[in-house]
Design a protein around this ligand. Structure first.
Ligand SMILES: Cc1cc2nc3c(=O)[nH]c(=O)nc-3n(C[C@H](O)[C@H](O)[C@H](O)COP(=O)(O)OP(=O)(O)OC[C@H]3O[C@@H](n4cnc5c(N)ncnc54)[C@H](O)[C@@H]3O)c2cc1C
Length: 465
């Protein structure tokens, strides 16, 4: 499918327009397209690859059921740089939404909206940005990318799943966690199985303890599952609640200590002080998030590892929070007796359950269950052939902890010498370099930074040509 701006594209002088590829059409890919359409001043041809056929506000967000709520407040979800109220204004202008939501909520900034609503907003902003550009064409290609190589002249050739190839000036990888089956499919598969079998499984294990795990538990109940659910987690920290009132970021302005141990003390104190002063620890965590990137960059690898081993789960449960109503529902669910949280490590999947070492025990034991849904924290797939091509050609390197690819804040891939190579990785692929780069506000900022660089680099090229 090719979509154009209002009239026929391309340079009036017969110059070849810039050729850009985005690999992946999740939120990062679509957001990158919006940023390019708004920021790159010369004509360009954009091709967006993804074997999943949906073109929406992001696969993870669009396929969600209408009732599923995003865990970020509306005020944090603008896709327009410099216009933080863009999403809330869009909500206000959306008559059906306005009618469905209490008018007593001023400005809609503090509310939590269904994922599908956010997805509609993103897609609308993409369509509008495209309509403004008569000099751009966008082609949607339902092909996966199987390889990438760089030529001496700086161009990149992508290998497509159908065996063909295509060459681009700039390539943006927005592949998220790779091509693994989305969780939505897992839950839907289970629901279909429940309906087909008639005899519903009696005991489901949801592995993991983050927002995805909670989403799955509540979705199972919404889908009519009445059996037992065990949330199986290594650390046992479930997401904390958002406040009902706004929690604007507050954080002490003095410099942070340099050692992890002292940083933890500093953050605890900041949270306690926020509570004492009539704010909330959530406001202090929001403040910490604004400083997380510099803080992370300042830690030596050994302390980063220590953080991941001992503190990551606590940090995640406090930064990725549940809307207060959803959190209250989770608490009721746990109090009801049919859902429990158990701490343990999964050693092996078995045909009829799991082999688990429960917390405090040294040996594993057989845990028989009817179904397992794996919602453990995802990490980018570094074995994806595109990633392995880049690593073996020296066009990319992994971050210090091998969590993802090393990137700078604009998402440019860094080589082992730390030099950028005009290839971009937007979103979760950069998680080891940039904390929170899997979240909407951080992805939005990164795409505009990448688009500005692509625009700046393309200018001299055109003048020279
Ligand atoms: C259920 C859920 C709830 C969330 N809630 C929030 C929230 O409340 N607030 C917030 O800030 N964030 C939230 N997020 C997080 C945020 O939206 C995600 O981090 C974001 O969706 C990441 O998008 P992405 O496009 O990078 O990755 P993905 O959505 O995983 O998309 C990657 C795409 O790349 C494609 N792809 C992969 N490999 C290839 C290849 N080789 N060739 C071609 N295509 C390829 C895949 O098919 C996929 O479509 C949520 C995420 C989920 C899943």
């Amino acid at each position: 499918m090719t979509v154009h701006g209002l009239s026929s594209p391309f340079s009036p002088h017969g110059d070849q327009p810039l050729q850009i590829a985005i690999v992946g059409r999740g939120f990062s890919g679509l957001m990158m397209a919006i940023a390019l359409l708004k920021s790159v001043s010369q004509p360009f041809r954009l091709r967006m690859f993804d074997p999943r056929p949906i073109v929406s506000g992001g696969q993870a967000l669009a396929t969600a059921r209408a009732t599923e709520i995003l865990n970020s407040r509306a005020r944090d979800l603008s896709v327009s740089t410099g216009e933080p109220k863009d999403f809330t204004r869009w909500l206000q202008a959306n008559a059906p939404f306005r009618e469905a939501v209490s008018a007593a909520i001023p400005g809609f900034g503090q509310i939590f909206v269904p994922k599908a609503t956010f997805s509609d907003y993103v897609y609308q902003r993409f369509s509008e940005a495209l309509a403004q550009r008569t000099d751009v064409s966008v082609q949607m290609s339902n092909e996966g990318i199987t390889g990438i190589r760089r030529h001496d002249n700086g161009l990149f050739t992508l290998g497509l799943a159908d065996g063909s190839e295509a060459t681009y000036d700039t390539v943006v990888l927005a592949t998220g966690y790779g091509l693994k089956a989305p969780l939505e499919t897992a839950a839907q598969g289970l629901e279909a199985a429940l309906q087909e079998r008639g005899d519903a499984p009696r005991h489901v294990v949801v592995m993991g303890n983050g927002l995805r795990a909670v989403d799955q538990v509540l979705q199972l109940r919404d889908g009519g599952f009445t059996g037992r659910i065990t949330i199986l987690s290594r650390r046992g920290f479930l997401p904390q609640p958002h406040t009902r009132m706004p929690a604007d970021a507050v954080f002490p302005s003095q410099p942070m200590p340099s050692q992890l141990r002292n940083i933890v003390r500093f953050v605890r104190k900041a949270c306690a002080e926020a509570e004492e002063n009539g704010w909330s620890w959530q406001a202090a965590m929001n403040g910490l998030r604004k400083r997380a990137r510099t803080l992370w960059a300042s830690l030596p690898p050994s302390e980063k590892r220590q953080f991941n081993r001992h503190l990551r789960a606590i940090y995640d449960s406090h930064r990725n929070r549940l809307p207060a109503d959803v959190h209250a529902r989770l608490e009721r669910e746990l109090a009801g007796g049919m859902t429990e949280m158990r701490r343990g490590t999964t050693l092996k999947r078995l045909p009829d359950g799991l082999f688990v070492r429960w917390a405090g025990q040294t040996a594993g034991e057989h845990f028989a269950v009817d179904e397992v849904i794996d919602c453990r924290c995802l990490s980018p797939d570094l074995k994806d052939p595109v990633v392995t091509d880049l690593l073996s050609a020296g066009l990319a390197t992994t971050d210090e902890l091998d969590l993802g690819l090393a990137v700078n804040p604009a998402g440019e891939l860094l080589t082992q010498r730390g030099r950028p190579v005009a290839l971009f990785a937007i979103g979760p692929l950069g998680l080891g370099s940039l904390p929170d780069i899997d979240l909407v506000p951080e992805i939005v900022t990164q795409t505009y930074a990448a688009a500005a660089l692509i625009d700046a680099r393309a200018r001299p090229q055109l003048q020279a040509g």
